[in-house]
Design a protein around this ligand. Structure first.
Ligand SMILES: [Zn+2]
Length: 246
């Protein structure tokens, strides 16, 4: 069972579905905690590279997934999952309305999630030093940031686990290359004092540059009929779905 896919950056290649050995890997909680699981799945299920896109792949060598952009990594994982278990993805959601809190099942088709290709600008910046520019809307200062790779993501997860930074802070620090007029050692302090609106604007700009699969989805509670926006849950059930009762 294999399939040829083209990722948001233009990287194209052939993937296969998961095998029993990857099932064993997925059940390994220690590997999951260290972030090694997805790395191993990508390396095992990516059979060959047809078009390296923005990456440098040496003749006869496998693609180095730690250098691959998160948009491509996530897209590939999604395709591996769909190839293995089909396009339907069911998960449970709890209604966010305080008066309701109903728990319900939601199902969607993975192939129907919108995918944004990386912009020419982002690709150009990535291959020439990975430095993109933006401006803080309130502060007015310029900020340079990088597109996130697998290695950056792992580093951010580690600093988050070390408890040095909060979620938002870690997400920002993982990407910021330079802030105009702010020395690197002053960066944390600067972020602490930054307007929250500027932080959110920065994260939006990062998202826009990243491209990839849109994971904000709308669900409707069957009990109170309220429509709510949630992030696609990407947990254990994604790669190890429960067997459906016939
Ligand atoms: Zn509800």
């Amino acid at each position: 069972m294999s399939e040829t896919i083209t990722c948001p950056s233009g990287l194209a290649g052939t993937i296969r579905g998961l095998k029993g050995k990857e099932g064993t890997l997925l059940a390994d909680r220690a590997a999951a905690k260290s972030g090694a699981t997805f790395e191993k799945i990508l390396a095992a299920c990516w059979l060959s590279t047809d078009d390296p896109g923005p990456y440098q792949v040496e003749e006869g060598k496998p693609l180095g997934w730690s250098k691959v952009l998160v948009a491509d990594r996530f897209y590939t994982l999604l395709q591996i999952r769909a190839l293995t278990f089909g396009d339907g993805y069911a998960f449970s959601v709890q209604c966010a309305a305080a008066s309701c809190r109903e728990r319900f099942e939601w199902e969607l088709k993975l192939s129907e999630l919108p995918v944004r290709a990386l912009s020419e600008e982002a690709l150009e910046a990535f291959t020439t030093g990975n430095r993109l520019e933006t401006r803080l809307p309130h502060d007015g200062r310029k900020v340079w940031f990088r597109l996130l790779t697998g290695a950056d993501e792992q580093r951010a997860a580690k600093s988050l686990k070390a408890g040095q930074d909060g979620l938002l802070q870690a997400a920002l620090l993982a990407r910021i290359v330079e802030i105009e007029g702010v020395a690197e050692k002053e960066r944390r302090k600067f972020l602490d004092e930054m307007e929250l609106a500027d932080q959110v604007a920065l994260l939006d700009r990062f998202d826009e540059a990243d491209g990839g699969v849109e994971t904000r989805i709308e669900v409707e509670c069957p009990a109170c009929l309220s429509v709510q926006e949630i992030d696609l849950p990407f947990e254990r059930g994604f790669f190890l779905p429960r067997a459906k009762a016939a």
